[in-house]
Design a binder for this molecule. Structure first.
Ligand code: ATP
Length: 363
């Protein structure tokens, strides 16, 4: 099911009573979530992710704008009539019910022509349990299971009514690192098997990058960029998106465009044909630095962190003012560190240039 957001806006009275202006949690969202895709709503705490999800599921009413599922305007429909499955961070399972009864719960409320027989319910419960691979756990209570298993139950419960849209709010954030990895792969598999349009909220860029078909990056209620993970990473729309995506973070320096060249201090990094002189931010991905004996940038070695396959080199350069430079190089590439110095060249594709005032990307 395609989801279309049209001028979708949500204002709240400020929780800080001293501030008169409303908080605009979601500010004029206009975009389409394509049918059958897995979408990550990504942004820092308070940027409006949960509010956006709550508007889509109907738990919040928009201040302005419309929401369509397919061609149908569902803006005024209550949550239970929207055909959405919901999963929350804390699983929200009923502790006194077995896994079987937890999954059954949404089916028991069906009325009229949708009412199911016991056998039909049983079939659906077992199908959902199979999909999330918890068939052996149906007799257990939630407290007899790991966090990952409980989250699977919550997903099964959300899927049992075969919703057209699955919405998940920080579904993995209560899991430990290993389970998180496992469960996110599971989520991807389940989404692919069912083909249900799925929107999940996360503040974890790596999580969003790893499983989403498309990422929506938000900040202060404003959509910053929408696109597939790779293109957002490679071509961030602004400095915020560039800095929010990628671990380790992108290196950012003050620079300028002068005589159609991008410079940091007196070091020339790139040609900027046709560009006017301008103060800029130059951002370089850590993997954009290549150790190169003949490279133009002589840096002072500060530290090295071996991270298995890759090594992170921390260096400084007299003209790259501000933060230390972090470069990521494959661990098996010898590092030519002479008298505490390392020379680098740059991969031009890993360098982004942003307007020094607006912070929008200009190249
Ligand atoms: P987090 O990751 O911390 O959950 P989020 O990105 O999901 O954050 P929201 O919970 O959607 O952000 O909140 C967005 C903004 O709207 C915040 O400034 C928040 O304080 C405000 N807000 C959310 N719900 C309400 C409410 N019911 N009343 C007043 N303000 C609210």
């Amino acid at each position: 099911m395609k989801i279309v957001l049209e001028h979708l806006t949500k204002r709240f009275p400020n929780r800080n009573k001293k501030i008169k202006e409303d908080v605009i949690a979601v500010n004029d969202f206009n975009f389409t979530i394509p049918d059958g895709k897995l979408i990550g709503l990504l942004g820092p705490s308070g940027c409006g992710k949960s509010t956006a999800l709550n508007l889509i599921c109907g738990l919040e009413k928009p201040s302005e704008g419309k929401i369509f599922f397919g061609e149908k305007d569902i803006t005024e429909l209550p949550p239970e009539k929207r055909g959405v499955g919901l999963v929350f961070q804390n699983y929200a399972l009923y502790p006194h019910l077995s896994v079987y009864d937890n999954i059954k719960f949404p089916l028991e409320n069906l009325r009229g022509e949708n009412k199911l027989t016991k056998e039909q319910m049983d079939k659906k419960i077992r199908e959902a349990a199979k999909l999330v691979q918890i068939e052996e756990l149906l007799d257990r209570r939630p407290n007899e299971m790991s966090g990952g298993q409980q989250q699977r139950v919550a997903i099964a419960r959300a899927l049992v009514k075969t919703p057209e849209v699955l919405l998940l709010d920080e579904p993995l954030s209560n899991l430990d690192a290993r389970l998180r990895l496992q469960t996110r792969e599971e989520l991807k598999r389940i989404q692919q098997e069912t083909g249900i349009t799925t929107v999940f909220v996360t503040h974890d860029q790596e999580e969003a990058m790893s499983i989403s078909d498309m990422i929506v990056v938000m900040k202060d209620g404003v959509l910053q960029q929408m696109g597939d993970p790779q293109s957002i990473y490679d071509e961030p729309a602004n400095l915020f998106v560039a800095s929010f995506l990628g671990t380790p973070q992108i290196n950012v320096f003050r620079g300028r465009i002068k005589n159609e060249k991008v410079c940091i201090g007196d070091s020339v990094l790139l040609d900027a044909p046709g560009k006017d002189d301008l103060e800029v931010y130059v951002a370089i991905r850590p993997e954009g630095f290549v150790v190169d004996e003949n490279g133009p940038f002589e840096c002072t070695f500060v530290n090295r962190e071996v991270m298995g396959r890759d090594t992170s080199l921390i260096v400084t350069h007299p003209e790259f003012i501000g933060e230390k430079i972090r470069a990521i190089i494959p661990s098996d590439e010898a590092v030519h560190e002479k008298d505490g110095k390392v020379r680098f060249s740059l991969k031009p594709k890993k360098v982004c240039v942003f307007d020094g005032k607006t912070t929008e990307r200009i190249m």
